[in-house]
Design a protein around this ligand. Structure first.
Ligand code: 2AM
Ligand code: CA
Length: 264
């Protein structure tokens, strides 16, 4: 498949970081049994992957700014462009030897996401999208699912855990959705969840507390696959609100409504 120069740069960075994460993931599986456990090792793997992506992208596009999970904001001379990077999304899975984790890289131009790459090294699945150019899984063009009824739909979500998020609110959302759908899934990598919606594997997704690096590439993938994304209030402030709801046009609309049903 012929990719643009920009996507090539992003894919190369993601795959190089992916090779590093794969090596470390193999080690994590061995470390599971050791006394100290793999926690520190995983933070190192995460930082190493971020280092690789930062080096590759800076070399190919000097001066672009960064927003990265580990380093935070890195200013650049170019005030038009910003990379938004999660070097390891699905850290808890990685730490537990579950092969569902990803690298997410997006490029923002004048505040608009114009390119996105999500890579799952364990499954060798590469998702790419460029604004106006469609979304792809490896070489295959993606389209969001065509299901229109919630009762036929598989809906992904993120579940808050110890020390994170509002557990009571989530239980209300879950109760509202679980009674209406064919199934609920929780992958543990928001970037991959969004990629799965773009691929039509899941019909919708919501998560109330995410960072821009979890969502940026996935939002573009879904839009380029013909889907819809909003914050959980239905607006376009996903980064500011930190929440997201996504799906095809029909499911996105019904999901938003269902999430907000008053408690019975
Ligand atoms: P992570 O693996 O990079 O931490 C799981 O529900 C999703 O929530 C994952 O994508 C996970 O990303 C993300 N997540 C976990 N802690 C987070 C935090 N403090 N802020 C934003 N996103 C977070
Ligand atoms: Ca993340």
């Amino acid at each position: 498949m012929a990719r643009s120069a920009l996507l090539n740069v992003m894919v190369q960075a993601a795959m190089k970081a992916g090779r590093s994460l794969s090596r470390d993931f193999g080690e994590v599986q061995n470390l599971q049994v050791s006394l100290k456990g793999p926690g520190d090792y995983v933070s190192q793997a995460d930082r190493k992957a971020e280092e690789i992506i930062h080096a590759e992208l800076s070399r190919a596009r000097p001066g672009y700014a960064f927003l990265m999970e580990e380093r935070g904001v890195v200013e650049g001379e170019d005030d038009q462009h910003r990379w938004i990077v999660d070097p390891l999304d699905g850290t808890t899975n990685f730490l537990h030897g579950i092969p569902i984790f990803s690298i997410s890289i997006a490029l923002e131009r004048q505040g608009q996401i114009v390119a996105g790459v999500i890579y799952n090294p364990a499954m060798d699945e590469l998702y790419t999208a460029e604004r106006g150019g469609g979304a792809f899984l490896n070489d295959r063009r993606l389209r969001v699912s065509g299901r229109t009824k919630l009762s036929d739909s598989v809906i992904g979500c993120g579940i808050p855990h110890l020390g994170r998020g509002h557990h009571g609110n989530f239980l209300v959302e879950l109760r509202n959705v679980m009674g209406e759908v064919a199934g609920i899934r929780r992958l543990g990598s928001a970037a991959l969840d969004l990629a799965y919606v773009a691929a039509g594997r899941m019909d919708g997704f919501w998560e109330p507390a995410l960072a821009p690096w979890d969502m940026a590439a996935g939002i573009l993938l879904i839009r380029e696959a013909g889907g819809f994304c909003s914050d959980m209030e239905g607006g376009q402030e996903m980064f500011d609100k930190g929440s997201i709801a996504a799906g095809n046009e029909a499911i996105h609309k019904t999901l938003l409504k269902t999430l907000k049903k008053p408690i019975r």
